[in-house]
Ligand binder design. Structure first.
Ligand code: AMP
Length: 215
C-alpha cells in the first residue's frame, strides 16, 4: 500500500495517516514531523528548516527531497508507506518520480482531503498535539480524557504547535492552494477526493473503499 495524502493543514491527513498506518502496518512518513524532530534535536537540517517551519513558509526543495529519499530507502518502507505533507511543490512532485524510479516502485493512490478554510482554521487553532506520540486532539471536538494530557500510555502534556496560529495558518493555506494545481496534474490518473469534513471514521471508510475498489 503506497499512498500519498494531499490536503490543507488541518484537513485530517495526519490523523488518517496514523490510523491507516497502524491498521496496515506501514510507516506514516510526515515531512512536517521529520522537520519538527530535526528542529527539536538541533540537527543541521533542523537549523536550516527552523525559520521556514515557524513562519509557515516552505522549506527548500533540496532539503525536503533528501529527507524523503533517505526515509523511503529504509527497509520498513519496502512493503508500503503513507506520504503526508509531501510533495508541496511541483518540483518536489517531479523529484518524487525520480526517487520512485531509483527505488523501482510507484505511488498507487493519491487522496486529496477537501475541507473549507473556515473549518480547517477552527481545527488548527484548537489543535493540541502530544509531543511524544504525535496524537492530535482538539480542545472542543476531540478533547483528551484528562484535560491537557495525552490519552495514550505516554500521558505526556499536550502542546500547541508554534505554527498553529491564525496568522500562520493563512500563509500555510496560501502556499497549499498556490501549488495544488501543479502538484495534482502529476497524479491525475490516481487522484481521489475525500470530503474531509466528515467524521474520522467516515473518512477512513471512504479511503479504504477507494483503496479496495481501485487496486
Ligand atoms: P505539516 O506538519 O505538514 O503541516 O508541516 C509543517 C511545516 O513544515 C510546513 O508549514 C513547512 O514549513 C514544513 N514542511 C513540511 N513538509 C514540507 C514540504 N514537503 N516542503 C516544504 N516544507 C515542508
Amino acid at each position: 500500500m503506497r499512498l500519498l495524502f494531499l490536503g490543507p493543514p488541518g484537513s485530517g491527513k495526519g490523523t488518517q495517516a496514523k490510523i491507516i498506518s497502524e491498521k496496515y502496518g506501514i510507516p506514516h512518513i510526515s515531512t512536517g514531523d521529520i522537520l519538527r524532530d530535526a528542529i527539536k534535536n538541533g540537527t543541521p537540517v533542523g537549523q536550516r528548516a527552523k525559520n521556514y517551519v515557524e513562519s509557515g513558509g516552505l522549506v527548500p526543495d533540496d532539503v525536503i527531497v533528501d529527507i524523503i529519499h533517505e526515509r523511503l530507502s529504509h527497509s520498513d518502507a519496502g512493503p508500503g508507506f503513507i506520504l503526508d505533507g509531501f510533495p508541496r511543490t511541483s518540483a518536489q512532485a517531479l523529484a518524487l518520480f525520480g526517487v520512485m524510479c531509483q527505488l523501482k516502485t510507484t505511488i498507487q493512490m493519491v487522496i486529496r482531503f477537501d475541507c473549507p478554510d473556515e473549518v480547517v482554521i477552527e481545527r488548527i487553532c484548537g489543535r493540541r498535539i502530544c509531543p511524544v506520540c504525535n496524537t492530535s486532539y482538539h480542545i472542543k471536538h476531540k478533547p483528551p480524557k484528562n484535560d491537557g494530557f495525552c490519552d495514550k500510555k505516554d500521558g505526556a502534556a499536550l502542546i500547541q504547535r508554534d505554527d498553529d496560529t491564525e496568522t500562520t495558518i493563512h500563509r500555510r493555506l496560501d502556499k497549499y492552494y498556490n501549488a495544488l494545481e501543479s502538484i495534482q496534474t502529476h497524479f491525475s490518473d490516481i487522484l481521489f477526493e475525500v470530503n474531509a469534513c466528515q467524521s474520522e471514521e467516515e473518512v477512513t471508510k471512504t479511503i479504504e473503499e477507494h483503496w479496495n475498489g481501485n487496486r
